[in-house]
Design a protein around this ligand. Structure first.
Ligand SMILES: *[C@@H]1O[C@H](CO)[C@@H](O)[C@H](O)[C@H]1NC(C)=O
Ligand SMILES: *[C@@H]1O[C@H](CO)[C@@H](O)[C@H](O)[C@H]1NC(C)=O
Length: 286
């Protein structure tokens, strides 16, 4: 009786193992054309394209198909994450990117590119492949940026690519930048202090120039940027922030949605940032 029972369960286990094996085979044989297939089944490097965003749908409609084609031509496995700031506070690009890191981690990306939605790479030599730990790659290099005023040595804005590990190592970006600009200059200091700028990569010797390396998309409505600086903000903006960062970003995710543009899937995260008004009272303008 006992032996019989054992034999039965042994048989059940064998059948179960075989079924699991079949299921695994079936899953791994599924076509790999979807960006949102089970992350466990994707092997190798995955790039998360983090796009800080608010109300620029026309630009997004151009960005997604362009980047899809561009990244596919470099065989870069990727996911698009649109970081849609939905609260009524001033735009905070750095905090959105911090939230983007947490989402990228969930999606098992191992490297990220923070990417302006209005800057489209044109030269195929602009490299979006995995950089390796300890390597930061500034793709929108000042000398090729459509706007000449960004041509300064410490400029790392526009398009910056690095591993998730290195972003975490410097505690992400400062959360004190509300309104437009300077958060990338502060990020430069974080990278410098972590010795991550020793191997900073920038495109060089391209066969294109400032005029045709990137396409700068101009919004038809000529949207104005929030470039107001209150006196306190001015005072705070130029200081290295040694406290806030990736693990102190305060936010609520309203929801996550899949957006399809020309058949390409992007993940939209609707993010409500929370402002500490004692620390950064300039997060609103009233
Ligand atoms: C971003 O959020 C707003 C709500 O604040 C919503 O109306 C808009 O559709 C969202 N954008 C995208 C691309 O989903
Ligand atoms: C520039 O170089 C790339 C390859 O790096 C090539 O595909 C492209 O055709 C070249 N463009 C011009 C204008 O020579």
């Amino acid at each position: 009786m006992r032996i019989k029972f054992r034999r039965k369960s042994y048989c059940c286990i064998l059948i179960s193992v075989f079924m699991i094996f079949l299921l695994y085979e079936w899953l791994t044989l599924q076509p790999k054309n979807s960006q949102y297939e089970d992350p466990l089944l994707v092997k190798g490097n995955i790039l998360c394209v983090l796009v800080p965003y608010r109300d620029r749908f026309e630009e997004l409609q151009q960005f997604i198909p362009h980047m899809e084609k561009f990244l596919n031509s470099q065989n870069v496995a990727h996911r698009f994450i649109i970081l849609n700031q939905t609260d009524s506070l001033r735009f905070n690009r750095a905090s959105l990117i911090n939230v983007g890191w947490l989402e990228a981690d969930r999606l098992r990306c191992n490297y990220l590119v923070m990417h302006d939605v209005d800057l489209l790479p044109q030269n195929p030599a602009l490299d979006y492949t995995y950089p390796g730990i300890g390597i930061v790659r500034h793709i929108a290099a000042g000398k090729y940026h459509p706007k000449k005023r960004y041509d300064y040595a410490k400029f790392i804005g526009g398009i910056l690519l690095l591993t998730l590990d290195d972003f975490k190592l410097v505690n992400g970006m400062s959360n004190k930048y509300w309104g437009w600009g300077l958060e990338d200059d502060e990020f430069y200091l974080r990278l410098r202090d972590a010795n991550l700028l020793e191997h900073l990569q920038r495109p060089d010797n391209l066969n294109t120039s400032r005029g045709d390396t990137f396409l700068h998309v101009h919004d038809a409505k000529k949207r104005t940027r929030d470039q107001i600086y209150t006196p306190l903000q001015k005072q705070m903006s130029h200081r290295r922030d040694r406290t806030s960062g990736l693990f102190s970003v305060n936010y609520v995710i309203a929801d996550r949605q899949l957006l399809k543009i020309k058949g390409i899937t992007a993940l939209v995260i609707n993010i409500e940032l929370v402002c500490d008004r004692k620390w950064t009272p300039y997060c609103t303008l009233d």
